[in-house]
Ligand binder design. Structure first.
Ligand SMILES: Nc1nc2c(ncn2[C@@H]2O[C@H](COP(=O)(O)OP(=O)(O)OP(=O)(O)O)[C@@H](O)[C@H]2O)c(=O)[nH]1
Length: 347
């Protein structure tokens, strides 16, 4: 495995990567044993068609590459062909043999392909076999995706957040060893946990009905997807609460990003409902602080935004600097979130 993958890029698909990787390995192992190819691997492209990961598999060795990837001209052609065609695979003669490319997955954030190089064309029987194995893999990926996704908004669900937040934290802890010192990384390696809560959402439901409330949630989710980067992580907890894990250069950069989103929400006119606003609480994720504490800090910042008039952004670090909160370490796995029913604060 190469060094230097950027933290959130490792979590690109919002799915449980460890499980997905196990499935990838199992797929490659099965095909390697069956086909004994000259080479076997996978390539993942982002939504712009740029490669973000390549995997090479040989005799039980699985190697993943993230850095300095160049899109192979045959893969580019396969990508173009398989996106518009019903064909099961793409095949081309190359210097190393016959390259066969099968489409594996296709999502909003990108596509992945299986690459097989053989000494000769794939026989009819073998092509049926590979297609069958690929279909099983796709079905598993889609089941996994379903279990991890909130059905209304299409965002990752609360269960996925619980798994992801610990994993991001583990990655932050490990980061110095992951980063290649020879590669000059942009000064963009701080990670922020952000809680977003729609203001007065109950009254939207009360005035317009739940269906309109649901529509607001869907529009909010779309605004988030279009406002944050592809590799930022966006979750719906349930209710009208969302959580983000985003990478920013520093606090000022995080503020600009969140402020832009807050304004976009405020400006958006939603049919029937009109304008809605969001309150936001944010805190930096650091390696010394337990994930539960990080979540609690963002929650305290959100609570402050709510109490001070809503439609605003608060950073926990600012509250700390002003002596409005104290540092408490929560060392349990239970993550407690803001509960407006319990904490109604307006007079
Ligand atoms: N339409 C719809 N409503 C939901 C969903 N999940 C939770 N709710 C409603 O969201 C509302 C949340 O309201 P409160 O927790 O009182 O908070 P609020 O009215 O947004 O007030 P503040 O957060 O203090 O600004 C409740 O009325 C829930 O019934 C959902 O999936 N769809």
């Amino acid at each position: 495995m190469t060094s230097g993958p950027l933290l959130l890029e490792q979590l690109a698909s919002l799915t449980a990567i460890r499980d997905l990787e196990l499935m990838e390995r199992s797929l490659l192992k099965t095909l390697y044993g069956f086909l004994r190819p000259r080479s076997l691997g996978m390539v993942r492209l982002n939504s712009k068609g740029q490669p973000t990961m390549e995997v090479a598999y040989r005799e039980d060795r699985y190697e993943a590459f993230h850095d300095d990837l160049v899109l192979d001209e045959h893969v580019a052609m396969a990508d173009e062909f398989l996106r518009v065609s019903d064909a099961k695979f793409y095949s081309a003669k190359t210097d190393s043999g016959v390259l066969i490319v099968f489409a594996l997955t296709s999502t909003r954030s990108g596509r992945s392909y299986l690459q097989i190089t053989l000494g000769k064309e794939l026989s009819r029987m073998d092509s049926h076999m590979v297609s069958g194995v690929v279909q099983i893999y796709r079905n598993f990926v889609s089941l996994m995706h379903h279990a991890q996704t909130d059905q209304l908004t299409g965002l990752a669900n609360r269960k996925t957040f619980d798994e992801c937040v610990s994993r991001v934290h583990e990655l932050i802890m490990a980061e110095p060893t992951l980063i290649n010192p020879e590669r000059r990384l942009p000064k963009s390696s701080s990670y922020w946990l952000v809680m977003v809560d729609i203001d007065h959402f109950k009254s939207i439901n009360d005035r317009f009905g739940h269906l309109y409330g649901d529509e607001v949630l869907v529009i909010l989710a779309q605004l988030m997807l279009s406002s944050f980067r592809e590799n930022d992580l966006i979750f719906r907890f349930g209710g009208e609460e969302f959580v983000l894990i985003i990478r920013c250069a520093d606090r000022a950069d995080c503020l600009v990003t969140l402020e832009r989103f807050r304004q976009r929400v405020e400006e958006r006119s939603i049919p029937q409902v009109g304008h809605v606003t969001v309150s936001i609480g944010s805190t930096q994720m650091d390696r010394r602080t337990y994930p539960t504490t990080i979540v609690d800090r963002a929650d305290q910042a959100l609570y402050f935004s709510k109490r001070n008039g809503r439609n605003q952004i608060t950073f926990f670090e600012d509250l700390l600097a002003e002596g409005l909160v104290s540092v408490q370490e929560i060392k349990t796995d239970a993550i407690a979130f803001f509960d407006p029913e319990e904490d109604e604060i307006e007079s």
